[in-house]
Design a protein around this ligand. Structure first.
Ligand code: HEC
Length: 141
């Protein structure tokens, strides 16, 4: 009986290698997308967050993110010092994001819900990074 030309034991053809390589590449790409953001991506988010921070937040929170912006000094409840490690260890991504998106009631902190979601995420990344990496970002300041 004659065997099928595409039986499993057929010698591997160059085409078969190419197809396998393509499948592996596709798999690697799909895995890369589902992994948490890498260092480059975080640095980019911090950079975008710093730019938005300077435009929107520094008047109250200060260019050095220490709560000493020119408007902040005039407020009843002075903004916090984000360079303070004690503040940082109590803050979570969720708490900071919520403060930015919804504002802080009873204070001068407005809700920034008109900003795009991505920008609120970037601001959150920036604010959380200050205690460890400092307020300034190369190429933005
Ligand atoms: C009009 C002044 C003002 C502006 C502008 C402002 N804030 Fe605030 N913010 C405050 C005050 C006052 C508080 C309340 C005191 C505090 O918690 O720091 C506050 C609180 C916060 C908090 C909560 C801190 C905590 O953990 O309790 C975050 C986070 C924050 N602001 C981020 C931002 C960001 C990001 C921007 C810019 C998009 C911004 N703020 C713009 C005045 C301001």
């Amino acid at each position: 009986m004659q065997s099928s030309p595409i039986r499993p034991s057929a010698p591997a053809s160059p085409l078969r290698f190419a197809v396998t390589a393509l499948l592996l590449a596709a798999l690697a790409t799909s895995q890369a997308c589902s992994t948490p953001p890498g260092a480059d991506e975080l640095a980019e988010a911090r950079r975008r967050g710093r730019a938005s921070y300077l435009a929107n937040c520094a008047p109250c929170h200060g260019v050095d993110a220490d709560g000493h912006g020119p408007q902040g000094e005039l407020l009843d409840s002075q903004p916090r010092d984000y360079t303070d490690p004690q503040w940082r260890s109590a803050a979570t991504r969720a708490s900071v994001r919520a403060a930015i998106a919804d504002g802080v009631s009873g204070t001068a902190m407005p809700a920034w819900d008109l900003l795009p979601e991505q920008e609120i995420d970037d601001l959150t990344t920036y604010v959380l990074s200050v205690a460890e990496q400092g307020p300034r970002v190369d190429g933005v300041d």
